[in-house]
Design a binder for this molecule. Structure first.
Ligand SMILES: O=C1O[C@H](COP(=O)(O)O)[C@@H](O)[C@H](O)[C@H]1O
Length: 228
């Protein structure tokens, strides 16, 4: 758990943590693979990360989850990543959209699963105020199937889940998609999420708080980066 005193320290602390692991990966492998969350939290970290002096043309970037929106939609996670990370040095990175005009949600999931045959190195997770992570919402219909899926990505229907806002159809990483990563980070900010984190860590039912998959899924330990 990394607790920072300010948002600026959090921003650079998390960005340096991610870039160090990517640099290490690039020393040993031809390509590094980074999965990123969207939402309202991570943009400053991604903007800082875009300035890292990495061999970005050997970095593949994909999404942890996407709302069922086209990549240019202002509320899509794809646009968030392009506008915050794919700038500065990181313009050379290869970015995989999940959605595309004319692609059905099933085709989008299949495409995401094809890309996921290359296992992720680093996965950056977020956590909503309701304890969701990726697009896995508390007690969402189909949550069991997503948690048990052997596929890296599934389609999600968040009908009845207030934390999903107006974005009910989604595509989400599953525990199976998270498991192969050697590095897991959780980026959160604010006192309410700090209190929520205590509740999330103090239990083991992912139906109550799907964010628990971040530490319950076998594999890498979880690095949490928090600031007020
Ligand atoms: O809808 C989503 O929410 C979570 C958390 O977002 P935040 O706004 O509370 O930071 C995010 O991790 C996920 O990628 C996104 O699709």
């Amino acid at each position: 758990m990394h607790s920072y005193e300010s948002q600026m320290q959090w921003t650079w602390g998390a960005a340096v943590a991610i870039s160090s692991v990517l640099a290490r990966d690039l020393q040993h492998k031809p390509r590094a693979r980074l999965l990123l969350s969207g939402g309202s939290t991570p943009a400053p970290v991604y903007a800082a990360l875009s300035k890292a002096p990495l061999d970005w043309d050997r970095v593949d970037i994909a999404l942890v989850d996407e709302r069922w929106l086209l990549p240019d939609d202002p509320d899509s996670n794809s646009r968030l990543v392009r506008e915050s990370l794919l700038q500065n040095n990181a313009t050379k990175a290869r970015f995989e959209n999940i959605t595309r005009p004319g692609r059905s949600i099933e085709e989008a999931v299949n495409t995401a699963n094809l890309h996921a045959q290359a296992p992720p190195g680093v996965v950056v997770l977020g956590m909503g105020e309701d304890g969701h992570t990726a697009s896995l919402f508390p007690r969402m219909q189909g949550l069991d199937a997503a948690l048990e899926s052997r596929a890296a990505y599934v389609s999600a229907d968040a009908t009845g889940c207030p934390g999903a806002g107006k974005f009910l159809r989604r595509i989400s990483l599953t525990p199976a998609g998270l498991a192969p990563a050697h590095t897991r980070l959780l980026l959160i900010r604010g006192e309410s999420k700090r209190k929520l984190l205590d509740r999330v860590l103090d239990g083991n039912d992912p139906h109550e708080y799907p964010a628990r998959i971040a530490f319950l899924t076998p594999g890498a330990t979880l690095d949490i980066h928090w600031c007020p």
